[in-house]
Design a protein around this ligand. Structure first.
Ligand SMILES: Nc1nc2c(ncn2[C@@H]2O[C@H](COP(=O)(O)OP(=O)(O)OP(=O)(O)O)[C@@H](O)[C@H]2O)c(=O)[nH]1
Ligand SMILES: [Mg+2]
Ligand SMILES: [Zn+2]
Length: 336
């Protein structure tokens, strides 16, 4: 908080800005001396804590900024305008720009939480010891597709598998490759195939997603060896990750490449999505649905269903069809 306080400060005007009012936090500089504020600067939100955000400036130095009476709060990845406070290493958020995307996640108690803004790629990490499951993968894909953000699959901890296990995973993931999802096999811990992956990531702002323990932070740690990034072993008791990362954080790889490390989710409900989102989330099914006799066909047992016909011919993977049916008939339930 600003050290000096004033009773009736002049209100700072945010004259320009093409944003809708809702997108512009009401910066009420009531507790901060406005004359002690520096000129407006551009930055990017790298993390958020309640009513404060860390903003990285043009040189990627971090300034803790206050938001006041925010109507809509910024999230990691938001492009922001801020002002420094004289003689302090803190500042004030003035506004943030309109977003190209906003990734949201369902919370355990049927809430919905914004996670990151301006993400143009979700890198979904998978790992062997957590029991790679098509059902969980399909749920993630449905959620990502509903935000219209492309998804890449990154199978991590490749070093833990023997030849047969690798072949088995490759076989199972081929289904996803065939429907258009790029797939990488890496070892974040040892750096295997990481530079090949990173080459493809240039110019993107991406979010590392996936269950707790898949190695999201380990990948960050490998890419930023000078930083102190917390990672932790999978619990011996539960066989699950230990939710080591508790808040999303943005890292800059180069001038125009940014990675967001995010906390792994335990529950991944899709109750917040409509039937249509579920249908759109299965990209190959959605494409075929255009040839169904009925426009509102759900591909369960309707006559003239092009999807069911394609499934009979073997053009849709049985596991995908099964998971689609499961989700379309139970979409309002919570899953873990
Ligand atoms: N053998 C092996 N272990 C790895 C690899 N990547 C990560 N690990 C280990 O997996 C464990 C979990 O890694 P984290 O990076 O903490 O996982 P996370 O996805 O960030 O988990 P949360 O922050 O809880 O969401 C750690 O013990 C890592 O050392 C890998 O490529 N190979
Ligand atoms: Mg982590
Ligand atoms: Zn149909």
């Amino acid at each position: 908080m600003g050290k000096k306080r004033k009773q009736h400060p002049k209100k700072k005007k945010n004259a320009e800005g093409s944003l809708s009012k809702e997108n512009r936090p009401e910066v009420e500089t009531g507790l901060i001396e406005t004359e002690s504020l520096g000129p407006e600067e551009q930055g990017i939100v790298i993390s958020r804590f309640g009513q404060q955000v860390d903003i990285a400036d043009q040189n990627f130095n971090t300034i803790r900024c206050f938001l006041r009476r925010a109507k809509e709060v910024p999230v990691v990845g938001d492009k922001a305008t801020f002002q420094r406070q004289d003689k302090l290493d803190t500042g004030v958020l003035v506004r943030f720009e309109e977003r190209t995307s906003l990734l949201k996640r369902p919370t355990p108690h049927h809430g919905i939480k914004p996670v990151a803004a301006n993400i143009d790629l979700v890198a979904l990490l998978l790992a062997p010891e957590l029991g790679f499951s098509e059902m969980l993968l399909d749920r993630y894909l449905v959620a990502a597709e509903s935000s219209n953000i492309p998804v890449w699959l990154i199978f991590n901890k490749w070093d833990l598998l023997d030849k047969e296990e690798k072949a088995e995973i490759q076989r199972r993931l081929k289904t996803y490759q065939d429907i258009g999802y790029p797939i990488y096999f890496i070892s974040a811990k040892h750096g295997d195939q990481v530079s090949e992956l990173v080459k493809e990531l240039r110019g993107k702002q991406l979010l590392l997603a996936g269950q707790s323990g898949v190695g999201k932070s380990t990948l960050i740690k490998y890419l930023f060896p000078e930083l102190d990034v917390a990672t932790a072993d999978i619990s011996e008791n539960s066989g699950l990750g230990t939710h080591t990362t508790t808040a999303s954080r943005l890292y800059r790889l180069d001038e125009d490449t940014f990675l967001v490390d995010s906390p792994g989710v335990r529950e991944f409900g899709l109750w917040h999505l409509e039937d249509h989102d579920i249908q759109q989330g299965f990209v190959e099914i959605y494409k075929l649905a255009q040839d169904c006799k009925f426009r509102d066909c759900k591909h369960i047992k309707e006559p003239g269903c092009a999807v069911l016909k394609a499934a009979e011919r073997g053009d849709i993977a049985p596991s995908r069809m099964k998971n689609y049916h499961h989700l379309i008939q139970n979409y309002d339930q919570q899953f873990s």
